[in-house]
Design a binder for this molecule. Sequence first.
Ligand code: CP
Ligand code: NVA
Length: 290
Amino acid sequence: MPRHLLTGEELTREELLALIERALELKAEPLSSRALAGKHVALIFQKPSTRTRVSFEVGIVELGGHPLILRPDEMQLSRGEAPRDTALALSRHVHAIGIRTGPDGLVRELAEHSSVPVVNMLTVGHHPCQALADLLTLRETFGRLEGLTLAYVGDGNNVARSLAILGSRAGVEVRVASPDGYQLEPTADALLTDDPHAAVDGAHAVYTDVWVSMGDEATAAERRAALAAYRVDDALLDRAAPGAIALHDLPAHPGEEISADVLYGARQRIWDQAENRRHAQKALLEFLLR
Ligand code: CP
Ligand code: NVA
């Protein structure tokens, strides 16, 4: 059975920590590995992407491999071909499959029938590749992961869920502050609250994400109203631990979930975090295809 990355729960704590250390090495020497030489990776994008697409495509080439970017209008999947048949056919040509789509069930179905690793590049439920880059950013900033506290403030969405799953595995205490109706389901992986101050007090990192995720556009106005008190700005960041950093997976909406002062300010590590997508995913692909 191939190994997959669908939610992050597939990785043991030891594997996750080793992967982050390997990502640090690859960041220091980006062209040092040819782990994907002669290998092909299909990257299916059923939703828009800037960072995920570019970081996977460039990362795969840096590892000596060949990325195939597949848009919905280019695939029979969009004309009703079964995920099972898509997985069976692609597995005969490529060494791994990445997919960004809505339903988690579609990614699970692809993985079930694929004889090569499947990587979730974002679904409604999860964004594990983002959380890998986020842990790498914490590790390089603080020199450790164990014992850190990360406060996520905003919509209890895919990004929050993946941070809880992978953060807790790595020894990071994850606190998630969201208003009623936008909270994560109860989980042992994170402390849930509706109070941004309670989440941020003493935290090492303060994280936010968009209030209107891809697919949530119909409820944009009510989301903006419900989440208005959950903006990450300098006043909120001042409550965190000395030396705390601000994180955002991007794309950002300055003035909504994050102030422009924080997004471009001295305490953010957001643009490093965007770069770290590539290094973390290279370590992941090395691991899955070894
Ligand atoms: N953070 C993230 O996944 O960005 P993209 O949507 O641009 O890929
Ligand atoms: N929560 C956002 C993340 C974008 C990278 C979304 O799903 O649209």
